[in-house]
Design a protein around this ligand. Structure first.
Ligand code: NAD
Ligand code: UGA
Length: 466
């Protein structure tokens, strides 16, 4: 019998769990949504009466949280209670790249997923629909089912795959108006009913023709594939950015020319200092690992090249700075504008800025970093995590500034590493005047006009233009 969903639990209150559940709660006032997490600080921040301090910065998110929180949206650390109460449980925990054992550096670490499954299996006393919201290797549902079906307590579990396609910085509009919602289910009577129950939740605001249903394996694999295709476009255009620099072609002009072909399309062709974010790299590495584990070495090599190109692009940009500054940055002050992996987010995971900064620090540069949304603690934690030098050395060589104008003062060079809109509006003449001369400006995001910057007096370099 078709189940009407009245109570949803989401395990994991992160960048995906928080915004997706807020949207469901906002659009489905008849459904109670409990978002739970083991991280007490994160839950406290979600419950902060002042929504300026919720843990994730996303345009439009704070007002949605305000609308639904306390009405039918709740954040808590009481995982067991939320599991008990729920008809449907989303698993939205992190699935990072493994840092130990078999598959180290490539495979997805599924320990958090497995812990959730075991907890659900132990606690549940009534039938539940389990939804994989996290990005998972294809055929994970099989492992989940084996854990859930072996509890001997007679509870029936249906497993769905419902990967999330939101991008950070545009999460609210992506969730409000998704290109598609994908729901994979088992091809059995129960599987179809579970799938329909989730279709009905989304149908509260998403047009039915955008809700795609597939089998579980297609859904799991489509998520990894979507990220691989997106990242591949960025690596493809970034590979050409270097060719543009040596041939006096302009990479934006090339992107416009090829993107106007409707078979290619214009989106995701912006050359950059390299893609970052928590998912592209980890999901491609996972795809490579899965391919290898099935003995498909050529498939694995094909996709691995996307990562190799991205690492090269970050290194190439950092190397360009050193070479341009007369082959040494030792003791030179370099201002870095932007630390987040893209604009409109405070997320820094795998941000290109971290790797460019690390390269420059290894060349003994002194860095001053400014980002409008990233905290000082986060910046130091990102640098310390690399383990390239001691925490004391990082603090000796790096300063974090609250003001872009303070950051650039007496700098030998400025490097733009995130495409924050506010960077374009700065008084670049004032910045030029406060820097040492010659004043070098490296634009890793193609934000600024070359004519204008050269007119002001900068020695200007931008990715993808000779
Ligand atoms: P995140 O690290 O921001 O959040 C995960 C949360 O899960 C953390 O707060 C952690 O404390 C919590 N958690 C871990 N184990 C738990 C447990 N056993 N019980 C309760 N809570 C637990 O991660 P994220 O960015 O939200 O990503 C989650 C998943 O969604 C990943 O698989 C990721 O690949 C996928 N995804 C992420 C994005 C994105 O833009 N960040 C987009 C699409 C898909
Ligand atoms: C990406 C996908 O776009 C989402 O669909 C997916 O759900 C998500 O990964 C995920 O699975 O985590 P996200 O990483 O948040 O979203 O942000 P993107 O907009 O994809 O940007 C990723 C990186 O690529 C950023 O560093 C961005 O600056 C870079 N990028 C993107 C470019 O350099 N050029 C482009 O043209 C586009």
């Amino acid at each position: 019998m078709l189940k009407e969903i009245k109570n949803i639990c989401c395990i994991g209150a992160g960048y995906v769990g928080g915004p997706t559940m807020t949207m469901i709660a906002a659009k489905c006032p008849h459904i109670n949504v409990n978002v739970v997490d083991i991280n007490d600080n994160r839950i406290k921040a979600w419950n902060n009466p002042d929504t300026d301090y919720i843990p994730i910065y996303e345009p439009g998110l704070a007002s949605l949280v305000n609308e639904a929180r306390g009405r039918n949206l709740f954040f808590s650390t009481n995982v067991n209670q939320a599991i008990q109460d729920a008809d449907m449980i989303f698993i939205s925990v992190n699935t990072p790249t493994k840092t130990y054992g078999v598959g180290k550096g490539m495979a997805a670490d599924l320990k958090y997923i497995e812990l959730c499954a075991r907890q659900i299996a132990t606690v549940a006393t009534s039938d539940k629909i389990i939804v994989e919201k996290s990005t998972l290797p294809v055929r994970t549902a099989e492992a989940l089912k084996r854990i859930l079906d072996n509890t001997g307590n007679g509870v029936h579990f249906d497993i769905l795959s419902n990967p999330e396609f939101l991008a950070e910085g545009t999460a609210v509009s992506d969730l409000l108006n998704p290109d598609r919602v994908l729901i994979g289910g088992e091809e059995t009577e129960n599987g179809r009913l579970a799938q329909q129950a989730l279709v009905d939740v989304y149908a509260n605001w998403v047009p039915k023709d955008r809700i795609l249903t597939t089998n579980v394996w297609s859904s799991e694999l489509s998520k990894l594939t979507a990220n691989a295709f997106l990242a591949q476009r960025v690596s493809s255009i970034n590979s050409l950015s270097e060719l543009c620099e040596v041939t006096e072609a302009d990479v934006d002009e090339v992107a416009r020319a090829i993107g106007s072909d409707s078979r290619i399309g214009s989106k995701f062709l912006k050359a950059s200092v390299g893609f970052g974010g928590s998912c592209f790299q980890k999901d491609i590495l996972n795809l490579v690992y899965i391919s290898k584990s099935y003995g498909l070495n050529e498939v694995a090599d094909y996709w691995e090249q996307v990562i190799i190109m991205n690492d090269y692009q970050k290194r190439r940009f950092a190397k360009k700075i050193v070479e341009t500054l007369f082959n040494t940055v030792s003791g030179k002050r370099i201002a870095i504008l932007g630390w987040a992996f893209k604009k409109d987010t405070n997320d820094t995971r795998e941000s290109a800025a971290i790797y460019v900064a690390d390269y420059l620090l290894s060349e003994q540069a002194e860095l001053v970093i400014y980002d409008p949304k990233v905290t000082k603690d986060q910046i130091f934690s990102d640098l310390d995590y690399l383990g390239s030098r001691s925490t004391e050395e990082n603090r000796d060589l790096v300063e974090v500034s609250n003001s872009p104008y303070d950051a650039v003062e007496n700098a030998h060079a400025v490097a733009i590493l995130t495409e924050w809109d506010e960077f374009v509006t700065y008084d670049w003449s004032k910045i030029y005047n406060s820097m040492l001369k010659p004043a070098f400006l490296f634009d890793g995001r193609r934000l600024l006009s070359d004519e204008l910057m050269r007119e002001i007096g900068f020695e200007f370099y931008k990715i993808g233009k000779g």
